[in-house]
Design a protein around this ligand. Structure first.
Ligand code: KG4
Ligand code: ZN
Length: 355
């Protein structure tokens, strides 16, 4: 079975074709036939963040070419009817930017109408969770209950998975997401969007104990997070250095980047370990854009092997961390294999859709 995945929830236009070769849930063979991503980062960088209207217009400009490359358009209808290219469509329905989501959904609806193939609307966060399942090694250790730390630009959630597609949010941010904390503190330090990779790069040569930053909710018994206080702390810490001599300022910038990263990572790791213990999970997934952060990956991996050696630590592969459509096709297949499908005539964007 081949699932065509479409993703346009934020600032990446993405189309993929995922082939599922065997149908037993735990021993499937996956082949990612196409994984096309057109990133808009360069476009939004000059605004210092994603501009929804610009994102939607850029998706419109990009999506047809990506679909053409993935499934072909000449002649436009006959290959779809013969069914050799894809057997079902999975499209991100939410959460995300409403106008951006609509571009992918409309493309999916048109293809469903023309091809007569089933279509399923996918939750973007479930897509991030499924990104870990794209890794063959991870699938070998895929055993419920599992915990997923979903850390992206818009979300920070600890999700308990009792079985496939059954989610309970056991912890979440009360204000900014972890990715937002990276992006906003980076902006305060004059770094370009997106700030996460910039902070991570500077942090490599900085001292994580250089600045004493707060670890919000660190000792709170809940599994919730709060990152908005970090912005004020970073603003105050950075102010004295902003107009200082270049050399000392650059050193302070590296130390502050390392300290911000450590503050965010410390809280994420502590809460994840505690939640994994409480819910006696068999595996922990690390997914979403912020999971690209090496400090986070390394610390989580070492803490799990130290304190919970029986728990499998399952981060998603680097190539499926940031928004892509292979993860949407994978989550779409989970849903389709449970018999779910949607009526293309009634599909619409769900910008606030929770897991
Ligand atoms: O999942 P994603 O690609 O998009 C959303 O669904 O939001 O996540 C994007 C977020 C941005 O906030 C970006 O700064 C952050 O992921 N990010 C990182 C790193 N790479 C991307 N944060 C920390 N360290 C990184 N290496
Ligand atoms: Zn995402």
């Amino acid at each position: 079975m081949r699932v065509l995945g479409i993703e346009t929830s934020c600032d990446e236009t993405a189309v993929s074709v995922l082939e599922i070769a065997k149908h037993k849930a735990q021993s499937v063979k996956l082949i990612v036939r196409k994984n096309l991503v057109s990133s808009q980062i360069d476009i939004h960088q000059k605004y210092g963040g994603v501009v929804p209207e610009v994102a939607a217009r850029t998706h419109v400009a990009e999506i047809v070419a990506l679909l053409d490359e993935a499934i072909g358009s000449n002649p436009p209808l006959s290959p779809l009817r013969k069914g050799g290219i894809f057997d079902a469509i999975a499209v991100t329905s939410g959460p995300g930017l409403a106008t951006a989501l609509r571009v992918g959904i409309e493309a999916g609806r048109v293809l469903a109408m023309l091809s007569g193939k089933p279509i399923v609307g996918v939750n973007h966060l479930e897509g991030h969770i499924a990104s870990a399942w794209l890794n063959e090694e991870n699938r070998k250790h895929w055993e419920y209950p599992m915990l997923a730390l979903v850390v992206s630009g818009g979300h920070t959630e600890l999700v308990l998975m009792k079985r496939m597609c059954a989610y309970k949010i056991v912890g979440q941010t009360r204000d900014d997401a972890a990715g937002e904390a990276f992006d906003k503190t980076a902006k305060l330090m004059g770094l370009p969007y997106p700030g996460g990779p910039q902070i991570a790069k500077l942090a490599l040569e900085g001292d994580p104990a250089g600045f004493d930053l707060p670890r919000p909710m660190f000792n709170d018994p809940s599994f919730d997070f709060s990152f908005s206080g970090l912005k004020t702390a970073v603003r105050l810490a950075w102010e004295p250095w902003e107009r200082g001599p270049v050399e000392r300022r650059e050193k302070a910038k590296r130390d502050l980047a390392a300290s911000v990263q450590q503050a965010i990572v410390d809280v994420l790791v502590k809460k994840t370990i505690e939640a994994a213990k409480k819910y006696k999970v068999k595996g922990v997934l690390l997914v979403g854009g912020v999971s690209a952060n090496e400090a986070l990956r390394t610390l989580l991996a070492s803490r799990f092997s130290q304190h919970m050696p029986g728990v499998a630590f399952l981060p998603s592969d680097k190539m499926y961390i940031t928004d892509n459509a292979a993860m949407i096709a994978a989550a779409g297949w989970w849903r389709l294999s449970k018999g779910e499908q949607h009526d293309w005539k009634k599909m619409e964007a769900k910008p606030e859709w929770g897991l």
